[in-house]
Design a protein around this ligand. Sequence first.
Ligand SMILES: [Zn+2]
Length: 251
Amino acid sequence: MPGTVRDDARICRGCWDQMSVPIPIRGPLAVPFRIFGITQSKMNPNICTICERAFRRVKKHRHISATASILFADIRGYTRLSERMDPIELSNVISVFQDQCAQGIWAHDGIVNKQMGDGLMAIFNFPIKIERHAEAAMIAALDIQRRCKAALAARGINLDEVADTIDVGIGVHTGQVEIGEFSTARSDFTAIGGTVNLSARLEAQAGAGEILVSAESAALAPALTAGTPTRTLVLKGIEHPVLAHVLTAGG
Ligand SMILES: [Zn+2]
């Protein structure tokens, strides 16, 4: 059951959850804010550009430690795909993928923190607080798989020719992250640390249509992961083998 974006928030949910400050982002009260350049964030339409760009002012620190669930997604076989499709068709695939991922993530209160062409990184539990963020990330991942499949088919993208190549792989991991502004070139906040790396490594190992979920995330959402197949993975840069649960949208 794909969720829909709850885009009815009148005030920024990030500023409210982080500072208890009501910043209007919709309706007449939002107009004067817009004049000063405070608008809905591209990371999530229910947060504002204050929480996106003024991390230091919001949190009073350059960065903070937080618990979050991190989701990485990308298009499997993108290199092969780019050799077989013409550039316009390929850019359609990319925009369908990015749009559908964003819808799936926003519907579960996550933010699209980074977009990297054929891939993206999402954060659950900052700046919008989510009590069950591991579960939210997994439901978003399932939602992304279903949405991408349906949207590509609806756009008439020739699935017969490239069926085995247009698929999405996803990784989800939960743990401590450092959130803040780490670059002087870009003022947007991001998350860094071992949790982020492991999530990216899981995504790199996910097969077409698969969601690889770490044991830490799985333990927080037993209803979604009980009885699912597991896989032991040796991951680049990670000392010990990692147990991952394999979720698929079809099953
Ligand atoms: Zn805000």
